[in-house]
Design a protein around this ligand. Structure first.
Ligand SMILES: C[S@@+](CC[C@H](N)C(=O)[O-])C[C@H]1O[C@@H](n2cnc3c(N)ncnc32)[C@H](O)[C@@H]1O
Length: 226
């Protein structure tokens, strides 16, 4: 498993320095709204970090649902664990694992999730198509998959591009990766949203068929710009 030292110190301050309230919260809120989670549903959060998605997910799934958060950073997971304990959630499972190399048996005893989400993670990994394919494979037919990631702002907001580039550079993201385009290609009933002048792109789609639809990781590559 790939381990990352990137968050060794910054994990402690991540929630404060990640521009959550002015910029990035909007993306997770929109995605989780579009997931239309129901009480009792089970959600996989790939690259959960410090768990900033958790309270939004909990409000919808309630105590009968569950969150499985996976992340390569033990330091980020430690913050997620702290958040979980202080909120008193006993339905959160945190696993140190790589989103591109997940063992289903290690997650819900091989059972699929009702939904999977990944926020501001995929553009950090060169192998993001594999991570999205895995999210789809691990979600039941009819379940939903949400991807939130970043691109250069567009239109009048393009003036903010240097700042957006800097934020991505500091965070280690490839602002040109555009991983959500694979969702456009391989899932059905795709909901499209964006925030902050197009900088934040949100896609939520439904898994079709019997084992996900089109989980070939090459799908979606070369799709035209959103
Ligand atoms: C920018 S943070 C985003 C955290 C969280 N999803 C959020 O919305 O705040 C990126 C996270 O992705 C994790 N990560 C990076 N590559 C990963 C991989 N291959 N598998 C799982 N997690 C990964 C990092 O450790 C980090 O916690």
């Amino acid at each position: 498993m790939k381990r990352t030292a990137r968050y060794r110190t910054s994990a402690l301050f991540y929630d404060l320095i990640s521009a959550e309230w002015p910029v990035y919260r909007a993306g997770r809120v929109a995605a989780i709204d579009l997931l239309e989670l129901q009480p009792g549903e089970h959600v996989l959060d790939v690259g959960c970090g410090t768990g900033l998605n958790f309270s939004h997910l909990q409000r919808r799934i309630g105590p009968d649902g569950s969150i499985t958060g996976i992340d390569t950073s033990a330091h980020m997971l430690a913050q997620a664990r702290r958040r979980t304990h202080s909120a008193g959630w006993d339905n959160v499972r945190l696993i140190e694992a790589d989103g591109t190399d997940l063992d289903p048996a290690n997650l819900r005893a091989g059972r699929r999730f009702d939904a999977a989400i990944s926020t501001y993670v995929l553009s950090l990994m060169p192998a993001w198509p594999r991570a999205i394919a895995t999210m789809i494979e691990l979600t039941r037919p009819g379940g939903r998959v949400a991807v939130v990631d970043m691109q250069r702002p567009v239109g009048r907001a393009a003036a903010w591009t240097p700042l957006a580039r800097l934020a991505c550079l500091l965070g280690g993201s490839d602002i040109e990766a555009h991983p959500w385009k694979m969702i456009d290609s391989v899932l059905s009933d795709v909901h499209v949203a964006s925030a902050r002048g197009g900088h934040i792109q949100i896609r939520v789609g439904s898994v079709g068929g019997t084992s996900g639809c089109g989980t070939d990781p090459s799908n979606g590559m070369g799709h035209p710009d959103a």
